[in-house]
Design a protein around this ligand. Structure first.
Ligand code: AMP
Length: 194
């Protein structure tokens, strides 16, 4: 059992890799992006409040996402938790550390998917096209213009977490530009050791 964080800019492949870990390692994926989209779709008060912020590509407040994660951590996860898209700020990272400690859990690794920014817009556009072709919902924030805001938010607010986890000796960097199977194999290797 391992608890891991997947770090990386939008389009780095966090969601794709998290789904594999769920299927192949019985881990539980905690994606704050998915939780927020669900709240939006179901029309909850919170969903309505965050819709505009998400459409712009900015981050929603720390309080909201920390609350969502705290709720989910009350359930168990035999294979461990995958934190996907959380934490995204230093405040969220500190809150996560506190929550895990209070549950007697540890963080085994913060895995950074290292990618080439120039390739990311292409990936995002492709994700939107694939979703459309498959008749699935297309994310409103998967457009080049909103992507740029999301990328800036990443560098300003989330990228400092790379140093944070490095200092905690939890950081593992993986080449996110490799093909999906190779990235998965690299992640499995990290988890296998923990
Ligand atoms: P994602 O699916 O992870 O790309 O998230 C989609 C959007 O949800 C982001 O652009 C933010 O507006 C919001 N969001 C998701 N996770 C967080 C988080 N941990 N902190 C703040 N905002 C978040």
């Amino acid at each position: 059992m391992a608890n891991i964080i997947l770090l990386g800019p939008p389009g780095a492949g966090k969601g794709t890799q998290a789904k594999r870990l769920v299927d192949e390692r019985a881990m539980v994926q905690l994606s704050t992006g998915d939780m927020l989209r669900e709240a939006k779709t179901s029309g909850t008060e919170m969903g309505k409040r965050v819709a505009e912020v998400m459409a712009r590509g900015d981050l929603v407040t720390d309080e909201i996402v920390i609350g969502l994660i705290a709720e989910k951590l009350t359930q168990g996860a035999a294979g461990g938790f995958i934190f996907d898209g959380f934490p995204r700020t230093l405040k969220q990272a500190d809150a996560l550390a506190g929550l895990l400690t209070s549950k007697g859990l540890t963080m085994d690794a913060a895995i950074e998917l290292v990618v080439d920014d120039a390739a990311l817009v292409g990936r995002i556009v492709k994700r939107a096209e694939d979703a459309k072709a498959a008749g699935q919902d297309v994310r409103h924030d998967d457009t080049p213009a909103v992507f740029e805001v999301r990328l800036r938010a990443y560098y300003k607010q989330t990228a400092p977490l790379i140093g944070y986890y490095w200092a905690k000796q939890s950081l593992v960097q993986i080449d996110g530009m490799a093909d999906k199977d190779a990235v998965a194999a690299a992640i499995f290797k990290v988890i296998g050791k923990s």
